[in-house]
Design a protein around this ligand. Structure first.
Ligand SMILES: [Zn+2]
Length: 298
């Protein structure tokens, strides 16, 4: 390809008949090509990275999981009966002959933010804020099973692979590399945050399907399991403020759409979506040490 250069001293008006395409157009064309090729490379890298990430092996996943977990800044509640309860409920949700890909560890994090997540290496993060808002074991069981579904499908690893590409690309153009802390630790912590939030719509649907199937398995019905997601109007009555639950929903698809889909799926599969509510333990909102105070409040 040859490019015709126009002598600088010529007035712009004379250029029109000299070049077939204005230099600015050429530049935009070139820039556009570079951007499109970069996006294609970026997307391919993302797919490759997420594919590779699922092949790092159990030992490496455990190592990466520990590294990522250490970037979580919330205070972890330790030696509390709520942890044992959550651990038992989570394991009860596995199918009869199903085993978790890796040993699962419940981490109860002391924060008002309503959230739950699962990380590579089998770290299950449950915020105390979530325990304050759930009204039945059925709701909690669905949330735990949904997260378990992500883990069994290796979603956290895939997301980690993609996030590494995103963060590396941002770092390459100088975004996110603060001078105060080291590049790698930045990348790891950024990746950790991105990992928690970024699943595709398809991954969410699959996790929902898995979650509801396990709930049906465990309780024999899906009654009350979707109450937590049952429309935002419920959350606006002051009982469950929208702002308090937004963190969980920010990372999850439109709730009404999700509930409608799951109800349709239940009809197709012949799953019963009506049934008795299983109560949470009375002490679910209370740390061990505040038992008396908690009972007085509730
Ligand atoms: Zn999810």
């Amino acid at each position: 390809m040859s490019i015709k250069y126009v002598p600088k001293e010529l007035p712009i008006d004379d250029n029109v008949n000299v070049t077939r395409r204005h230099p600015l157009k050429n530049f935009i064309y070139l820039l556009g090509t570079v951007v499109i090729i970069s996006i294609i490379i970026f997307v391919l890298l993302g797919y490759t990275a997420s594919w590779l990430a699922t092949r790092i092996g159990a030992d490496n996943e455990i190592r990466v999981g520990k590294l990522l977990y250490n970037t979580i800044s919330e205070t972890e509640v330790i030696d509390d009966r709520r942890i044992y309860y959550l651990d038992e409920l989570l394991h009860d949700m596995l199918d009869v002959d199903e085993i978790a890909r890796l040993p699962l560890t419940i981490h109860l994090l002391d924060t008002e933010i309503v959230n739950a997540a699962i990380m590579p290496g089998g770290h299950v993060l449950i915020n105390t804020g979530l325990l304050q808002k759930v009204k039945s074991e059925n709701e909690l069981a669905f949330i735990l099973s949904h997260e378990l579904g992500h883990f069994q499908h290796q979603d956290p690893l895939k997301s980690l692979g993609r996030s590494l590409v995103v963060v590396s690309a941002l770092a390459a153009v100088g975004i996110g590399t603060s001078s105060s802390s080291g590049g790698l630790s930045d990348i790891v912590s950024w990746t950790g945050e991105l990992t928690i939030l970024h699943y595709s719509r398809n991954q969410e649907t699959k996790a929902d399907e898995y979650g509801l199937a396990r709930v049906i398995n465990h309780y024999g019905h899906g009654g009350h399991s979707l109450d937590f997601f049952n429309g935002f109007q419920k959350f606006e009555d002051g009982e469950r403020q929208l702002s308090q639950v937004s963190q969980y929903f920010a990372s999850h698809p439109e709730n009404q759409e999700r509930i409608d889909y799951l109800n349709t799926l239940a009809v197709q599969k012949g799953w019963n979506m009506e049934g008795e509510l299983t109560s949470l333990p009375d002490w679910i909102h209370c740390p061990d040490m505040d038992e008396e105070q908690c009972e007085a409040e509730n």
